[in-house]
Design a protein around this ligand. Structure first.
Ligand SMILES: Nc1ncnc2c1ncn2[C@@H]1O[C@H](COP(=O)(O)OP(=O)(O)OP(=O)(O)O)[C@@H](O)[C@H]1O
Length: 323
């Protein structure tokens, strides 16, 4: 049985995961792009004349982000300059391959590309870190270093803002994880579309309300060139549980993803709840809510042959670094 597109009179070829609407390809592209455009406009994400670095991993999210931002920048004349910024974590058989995809995207989308490596910034590749610490806590090192590496790369490029491909599923997972951990500081900021407005470089998520399933569909129908292998070092069990939970909820009720984000946005905190204040690290001078930032603590642990230094309780680990 053929189903007619709910926006025009062509045959529908897909059912939108977010809304359940039956759509033809063209109407799906348009709906997808318009929603991202509305997110950008409602949050005033870009200022004319800005240079924006896209955190480009070669994966589906950031590849679709680069493509869609190019389309919207031309269609709606945002007047921004887009640059691809990739962090090479030094993971043989994974990041080296995905960076080849980003190099092709550089040509396909006519955007300049800058690659910054952990090796040049920290003197360590993830391959070397995993050799020293094993698989268990390696995501902590990778996440902390990547966050800072994106800032450092963006500052080298002198850009005004970073955007990443974090999508609605990622944000809903983070809300759930922060609730389960009782992490009030992160819970308060994890639904913000832009962070880093106090001193650091602003970092925005234009796909905040975009479902992962729709990003995959968009990439698939548009035949975009992206890298789809999972990281070889990434057990990240805790996020994995949150992810499975969200996917199960989505099967029963697709709105759950957006509802979790809206719930996170609506939370308010009592005045007595203490929040960390942003400052700068006394060692590397990048943003930190402590005297010494987490990246410096982790790095010192690696360099002193005490890789667990940065893994335990925050106050204990910092005391050891200060010795
Ligand atoms: N090595 C990297 N270099 C530059 N940006 C990165 C890198 N890794 C992640 N990012 C940015 O952070 C976002 C979220 O990263 P995450 O590791 O959750 O990957 P993901 O959800 O699989 O996204 P993607 O499909 O883009 O790889 C990415 O969309 C990208 O914008």
């Amino acid at each position: 049985m053929t189903v007619t597109c709910s926006s025009c009179d062509k045959n529908a070829i897909l059912k939108r995961p977010k809304t359940g609407d039956a759509l033809c390809k063209e109407c799906f592209y348009f709906a997808f792009e318009e929603e991202v455009h509305h997110t950008i406009i409602n949050a005033n994400l870009f200022v004319k004349g800005e240079t924006v670095a896209i955190g480009a991993s070669g994966g589906k999210d950031s590849t679709v982000l680069a493509y869609v931002l190019k389309v919207l920048n031309e269609r709606y004349k945002y007047g921004i300059k887009l640059i691809l910024l990739s962090i090479d974590e030094g993971i043989t058989g994974y990041r080296d391959d995905s960076l080849e995809t980003v190099k092709r995207n550089e040509q396909q989308y006519e955007m300049p590309l800058k690659i910054v490596s952990y090796e040049e910034l920290y003197g360590w590749t993830m391959d070397a870190i995993v050799k020293q610490i094993g698989l268990k806590n390696n995501c902590t090192f990778c996440g902390v270093f990547r966050r800072q590496a994106l800032d450092r790369g963006a500052m080298m490029l002198n850009v005004d803002r970073i955007v990443t491909g974090h999508n609605a599923d990622d944000i809903a997972e983070t809300v759930i994880m922060n609730i389960l951990r009782g992490d009030k500081a992160r819970l308060r900021r994890c639904t913000a579309i832009t962070t880093g407005t106090e001193g650091a470089l602003p970092r925005s998520k234009p796909f905040k309300y975009t479902y992962e399933k729709e990003i995959v569909m968009y990439a698939y129908f548009k035949k975009l060139d992206y890298f789809s292998t999972e990281c070889i070092y990434s057990p990240n069990a805790y996020r994995g549980f949150a992810r499975t939970y969200i996917k199960d909820l989505e099967k029963i009720r697709p709105r759950s993803i957006i509802d979790i984000i809206h719930s996170g946005e609506s939370l308010s905190f009592k005045k007595e709840v203490k929040m960390p204040t942003q400052g700068t690290c006394t060692r590397c001078h990048y943003i930190s809510s402590n005297d010494i930032c987490k990246a410096c603590v982790l790095l010192e642990g690696l360099n002193r042959g005490l890789p667990r230094l940065g893994i335990g309780k925050t106050h204990k680990e910092r005391r050891k670094v200060n010795k």
